[in-house]
Design a protein around this ligand. Structure first.
Ligand code: SF4
Length: 280
């Protein structure tokens, strides 16, 4: 067993929160550059150029690339040979988020109760997901998720008879209904199968994949490509201004399901496609 004091995650998460909010990866800026080159609308070309300029300015000046620095989604992939010591792990994660949002001057966007709505003042609690994996390492991924795109998420409990046509129809319906609200160009995260909650988690996890990377299963890779092409025919365009690039990519994560189920969750990600990852 490898013993790790939970306090070790605090500085790592602090740094990842700041990095994720300030620096879009080259994978994302390359995709935005490619989108600008393909875009046919002069107005959307200009918007994409501004998004690139904004991303470069944020990175150079250590500023958040969007004012909505989101709820902090934290994925912990914990090796099964890790033995934790010290303070409760979730407290350590939240302390890292607290420090990161304080020291990075990132907006605090979390309210304590969904109806009473008092700001917690430090962007905690984080939305924590845990996966137990082989080995003795811990991989921490931070995904700050803004509300504009999160609010456009959708869940469909399709039936097996709906099949692939039903999936396509529902995804296009969700994207068209969202229009410019999720700040396109978007990445569409799709969770397919499992139970309702599993599909929702998979749709979030799908947003961690690099733009341009396809699902290893050929039938899902083909569906990703087909949906991407269909979404880009909707004409929504950058920030909903009417153009030929609405989505940068579509990612599907799938899991086994019940003989009578076909759950489909859709989680949209805005052009601020932010995440940062570290292994300890
Ligand atoms: S949806 Fe994304 S780009 Fe738009 S305001 Fe929210 S975080 Fe910013």
């Amino acid at each position: 067993m490898r013993r790790i004091d939970t306090s070790a995650v605090i500085p790592v998460i602090r740094q990842l929160c700041i990095e994720a909010c300030q620096q879009l990866s080259s994978n994302v800026t390359d995709a935005l550059r490619d989108a600008r080159a393909r875009e046919e609308s002069p107005l959307c070309q200009e918007i994409l150029a501004m998004l690139l300029e904004n991303a470069a300015f944020a990175s150079e000046n250590h500023l958040a690339c969007c004012q909505d620095t989101g709820m902090t989604v934290v994925l912990l992939e914990i090796g099964q040979e890790v033995c934790w010591e010290g303070m409760p792990l979730y407290d350590a994660v939240n302390e890292g988020v607290r420090q990161g949002y304080r020291d990075g001057y990132l907006r605090k966007s979390v309210v304590d109760d969904p109806l009473l709505r008092k700001n917690t003042g430090d962007n905690t609690p984080a939305m924590i997901h845990v996966d137990i994996v082989p080995g003795d390492k811990v991989t921490i991924t931070i995904l700050p998720k803004g509300a504009g795109s999160e609010n456009m998420s959708a869940l469909y409990m399709l039936t097996p008879a709906d099949g692939v046509q039903g999936v396509k129809k529902a995804v296009l319906e969700a994207v068209e209904r969202a229009g410019g609200k999720p700040c396109p160009p978007i990445v569409v995260g799709i969770g397919l199968g499992g139970t309702m909650d599993k599909a929702a988690f998979l749709s979030k996890k799908a947003l961690l994949r690099e733009i341009g990377a396809r699902n290893p299963k050929p039938h899902l890779a083909a569906l990703e490509q087909e949906l991407l092409e269909e979404i880009n025919k909707t004409g929504i365009g950058a920030l909903g201004m009417g153009g030929t690039v609405t989505a940068l990519d579509v990612h599907i994560e799938a899991f086994s399901t019940h003989i009578a189920c076909l759950p489909l969750a859709i989680n949209l990600q805005c052009h601020a496609y932010r995440h940062a990852c570290a292994t300890i």
